[in-house]
Design a protein around this ligand. Sequence first.
Ligand code: FES
Length: 76
Amino acid sequence: MTDQPARLVRVVPGGPVLVEGPVCIELPDGGVVESDRFMVAICACRRSKTYPLCDTSHRRRQRGDEQSAHSAAGGT
Ligand code: FES
């Protein structure tokens, strides 16, 4: 362990992973995205148009999934 306090990381169910900023995100292709925001929302659904940062697209997916599940169950 270091002397620095633990960084807070919060997993939002069905949403992003919130990380205390600033952050430097290294992508699998070698790209790097930096953010100096106080709290950074990292996309966990891979639908963000600003990936790896969350753009709230996960909310639209959840509604669609609920409608699909409702229709599959015989709902209207
Ligand atoms: S988690 Fe928010 S857009 Fe992916």
